[in-house]
Design a protein around this ligand. Structure first.
Ligand SMILES: [Zn+2]
Length: 294
């Protein structure tokens, strides 16, 4: 059974809990390169592939890192240009962010960008109903922004747990790939990435993944390079946010490696080509000179 692995490629200062004024006294150093290369090497070592949702700011500073992902057979998708929350944008501002992000990533990768993940899962059916139309218009065929578990920051318990076609206007089609959450006696429990992956015991993560696979579904995992960067500057936030940002960072790399050895992972793009009889295409994809390489 195959599973889906994703990484949001952003630096230690990008998480939205790290507000700009809290960063003022910290060194403005970029640290994303080293942990991302370690992730690429772990994938190589274990024979796995992933989708990398790359922030435009990072791609601009480290285009060679993005090329490295492509050269090693991974998928590059968009995590927005500036890592701003989508529900803080107007539709026009979101459109600009998306246009710039796609143009930069397509320049570097020389292929079409198919997927989007909103910073901090900040897309919502009621908060940003215009967002999917913008994504469709810019050639995306899938989204991975709807967290099917309600936290104090994001998510929706009513959102489907398995990948599905978003119920949009007839002319707009997008497939949603939500991060996985376990079903424990009818209650949802997140395990598949970020803070939850770091604090939940490995045994439970493994069982939850098997639960997905028993239902013939891929589990969808997500992590960030800063989650394996032990020496990153610590942002002074309150105790709750400190725990969310930094809990178990020193143990996450080992945990990830164990997961990579015990399960098989592919990118979302490759999952499509392995499971779909006909690949979804958008009008942009049909006319693009360098279409998706499946
Ligand atoms: Zn992010």
């Amino acid at each position: 059974m195959i599973n889906i692995l994703t990484f949001d490629i952003e630096d230690w200062y990008h998480p939205n809990l790290a507000e700009k004024e809290l960063l003022a006294d910290l060194p403005p150093e970029d640290r994303v390169e080293a942990p991302t290369l370690r992730i690429l090497n772990m994938l190589e070592q274990t024979g796995n592939k992933a989708t990398f949702f790359v922030v435009g700011d990072v791609a601009e500073k480290f285009p060679h890192l993005v090329r490295e992902m492509v050269d090693r057979g991974h998928e590059v998708s968009s995590h927005g240009y500036r890592h701003n929350l989508v529900y803080d944008y107007t539709k026009a501002q979101f459109e600009t962010d998306i246009r710039e992000s796609v143009s930069l990533l397509e320049d570097i990768t020389k292929s079409q960008i198919l997927g989007y993940r909103a910073p901090s899962w900040s897309l919502g059916r009621t908060t940003t109903p215009w967002a999917w139309e913008v994504l469709h218009e810019h050639g995306f065929i899938y989204d991975s922004s709807l967290y099917p578990f309600k936290t104090f920051l994001y998510g929706d318990n009513g959102s489907p747990r398995f990948n599905y076609e978003l119920p949009l206007a007839k002319s707009v089609s997008l497939r949603e790939f939500p991060p996985s959450v376990a079903d424990v006696f009818g209650k949802r429990l997140p395990f598949s990435g970020g803070f939850f992956f770091r604090v939940i015991p490995y045994f439970f993560i493994k069982q939850a993944m098997k639960q997905y696979n028993r239902q013939n579904q891929p589990a969808i995992i997500y992590l960030h390079p800063w989650e394996i960067d032990i020496d990153q500057p610590r942002i002074k936030v309150n105790a709750k946010h400190d725990f969310i940002l930094y809990a178990n960072i020193e143990r996450t790399e080992k945990k990830l490696l164990r997961l990579l050895k015990e399960f098989n992972f592919v990118s979302i793009r490759d999952y499509y080509s392995l499971t779909s009889e006909t690949l979804p295409t958008s009008p942009q994809a049909a006319v693009a000179q360098t279409g998706p390489q499946f």
